[in-house]
Design a protein around this ligand. Structure first.
Ligand code: AMP
Length: 197
């Protein structure tokens, strides 16, 4: 099964992604992680990615899709990997083009998206969480200036996908504040309901 975890920066996607992947034996595909890894290389592509991330904008679809294809090819038939029951997409897709490409990608490997979990968190909480995270994780884009741009990118390019997936009846909204375990329970209930539908 394949799941999309959707929501603004600071919604808790990374934390919940890890828990869901452990529970349902899924590969965690975080485009943010893949891009950060690539950006740590001292190549011109790496530097370009780093600048885009620090500017709160989206990295080009070409670069992002290339990294995803590589990740899927490396992981889809990997029997040494326990998490081979499917993919959990964290931070992808982030615009309409990426959503269409994901549809094609799923089709090409004879798979589909089970559901899109939308983590719903209000903007004040997002800001508070990201500012707290800035003192622990050391991400160069976790500062108020970049966060403001990331939130703007989310509302202009990513949020419209809720409509794209709602029209396919795939969106399951989960309130993303409170205890991590309660949020996780909410997500699991939706996954299981979708599996049994
Ligand atoms: P995240 O770790 O998901 O918060 O992503 C951090 C940053 O990586 C984003 O602000 C973007 O600059 C970049 N990024 C992550 N995922 C994507 C994507 N699917 N498409 C384009 N850029 C992305």
């Amino acid at each position: 099964m394949n799941i999309v975890l959707f929501g603004p920066p600071g919604a808790g996607k990374g934390t919940q992604a890890k828990l869901i992947c452990e529970k349902y034996f899924l590969n965690h595909l975080s485009t943010g992680d893949l891009l950060r890894k690539e950006s740590s290389k001292e190549t011109s592509l790496g530097i370009q990615i780093k600048n885009t991330i620090n500017d709160g904008k989206l990295v080009s679809n070409e670069t992002t899709i290339e990294l995803i294809k590589q990740f899927i090819n490396e992981n889809k038939n990997n029997n040494n990997n326990n998490n081979n029951k499917g993919f959990l997409f964290d931070g992808f897709p982030r615009n309409k083009k990426q959503a269409e490409l994901l549809d094609h990608l799923m089709e090409s490997i004879n798979e589909k998206i089970l559901c899109v979990i939308l983590l719903d968190v209000n903007e004040d909480v997002l800001k508070e969480r990201i500012m707290n995270r800035s003192t622990t994780e050391g991400r160069s884009d976790d500062n108020l200036e970049t966060l403001t741009k990331r939130l703007h990118t989310y509302s202009s390019e990513t949020e419209p996908l809720i409509e794209y997936y709602s029209s396919q009846n795939l969106v399951r909204k989960v309130h993303g504040t409170g205890e991590i375990s309660d949020i996780n329970q909410g997500i699991s209930s939706h996954i299981e309901a979708s599996l049994n539908a």
